[in-house]
Design a protein around this ligand. Structure first.
Ligand code: COS
Length: 385
């Protein structure tokens, strides 16, 4: 289908495809096995000017939006769903600064991120505050011109490798989620260290680790938005970033579909390529329909966000819910089309299936996405009356 991308967007797709095919594909298996962080690919993404796609031009970025981010992530994830997270997770950590940062904060942090000189990460999740983001335990106590942070964040993508962290902490526990605030914390700040690096099922080339704050003193100028607005900062950030996770899922699914079609054309059984059997054709047809439907939804929501639609919580959650379920179905079917070979590490589809799973979990489980969609639906129906 032709989604009528602009010439600039077509160029982004081409650039991302080139990096994916020439730089990522040859090393994807190696990084999956080692679980090392792919610094050499971050360099390639920076040199291709892909790290600043969604950052405004006045702060050194390309000046695109969620759509530009999504098409790049999709293209990269067709080849590898983990390596390109250096870009997508940086976007998640950067959106709070773009949406809520002051001009000074933007000038200080965005140009470095746009050039690929600094990665970012988003610190919301805690051992006891996953789906229940409002149950944050990390505290930020005001002390003159500073805040003192204490607590632990877990499962933080780009944890340890990022230089800039946007972190949610409680400034007033008595107010519940209205007592949360958002802060920018720089790597190297005394009292800020990293804990366990996670050994994951998939997206193994992305860095995931704990953030530990022990009397970590940060200037009050690092507060994002106003005190008490941290929960809203987190929710608005997720509204904007969930289409990016959906694009990751879409890329993984589209990559698996391509692999399955190629394999079905070459694999012979009963003297015929298995692509000639209707049983296989129907699997491929379902996979292709799923992929196209996910793409259509993601592109339309990304375009709506970029055009300034602020009422996107439900639609953004739909993107992630639908595309991640598609990724799981399509990659599982790709393994099925490959048969026994699909289960083996010599072929890429088993990794795609492992990489797909996380998209149903992070940035809110799909159960949480359904809650968000349903609440939005009910709220809007009440307004109509
Ligand atoms: N935009 C603006 N405001 C929002 C909002 C959004 N997207 N979502 C919620 N709010 C507001 C609500 O309107 C409410 O405001 P009032 O107090 O003025 O009524 C406030 O925030 C609290 O909302 P709610 O009562 O719905 O909060 P809950 O504690 O019930 O939590 C969910 C809501 C479950 C949606 C939230 O905790 C969530 O998104 N959890 C998943 C978090 C997540 O994605 N974690 C993954 C880690 S990040 S990789």
């Amino acid at each position: 289908m032709d989604y009528f991308l602009t010439d600039e967007q077509k160029m982004i797709v081409e650039l991302a495809r080139k990096v994916a095919q020439e730089k990522i594909k040859p090393v994807r298996q190696e990084f999956d096995e080692s679980g090392e962080f792919p610094w050499e690919i971050v360099k390639e993404l920076s040199q291709a000017d892909l790290m600043g796609l969604y950052i405004p031009q006045e702060y050194g970025g390309f000046g695109g939006g969620v759509m530009e981010l999504c098409i790049a992530v999709e293209e990269l994830c067709k080849v590898d769903g983990g390596i390109s997270l250096s870009l997508a997770a940086t976007a998640l950590g950067t959106f709070p600064i773009i949406i809520f940062g002051t001009d000074e904060q933007k000038k200080k942090y965005l140009p470095k991120i746009a050039k690929g000189e600094a990665l970012a990460a988003f610190g919301l999740t805690e051992p006891e505050a996953g789906s229940d983001a409002g149950a944050t335990k990390t505290t930020a106590k005001k002390d003159g011109d500073f805040y003192i942070l204490n607590g632990t964040k877990c499962f933080i993508t780009n944890g340890g490798v990022a230089d800039i962290y946007t972190v949610i902490a409680m400034t007033d526990k008595s107010k519940g989620s209205r007592g949360a605030s958002a802060f920018i914390v720089e790597k190297g700040t005394p009292g800020f260290s990293f804990g366990k690096k996670e050994n994951k099922m998939g997206i193994r080339a992305s860095a995931t680790c704990e953030l530990i704050f022990q009397d970590c003193k940060i200037p009050k100028t690092n507060l994002l938005g106003r005190e008490g607005a941290g929960f809203i900062v987190a929710m608005k950030t997720l509204d904007q970033s969930r289409p990016g996770v959906a694009a990751q899922a879409l890329g993984i699914a589209a990559g698996a579909l391509d692999e399955a079609v190629e394999y079905a054309k070459t694999r012979k059984q009963f003297d015929h390529p298995i692509s000639s059997f209707q049983a296989i054709q129907h699997i491929l047809a379902n996979m292709a329909t799923d992929v196209e439907a996910a793409r259509a939804l993601i592109y339309s929501v990304a375009r709506a966000i970029d055009k300034g639609d602020k009422d996107v919580s439900g639609a953004s959650a739909m993107c992630k819910l639908f595309a991640s379920d598609v990724a799981m179905r399509v990659t599982t079917d790709a393994v099925q089309v490959f048969g026994g070979y699909g289960y083996m590490k010599e072929y890429p589809v088993e990794k795609m299936m492992r990489d797909a799973k996380i998209t149903q979990i992070y940035e809110g489980t799909n159960q949480i996405q359904r809650n968000v969609i349903a609440l939005d639906l009910i709220k809007k129906s009440a307004k109509k009356k």
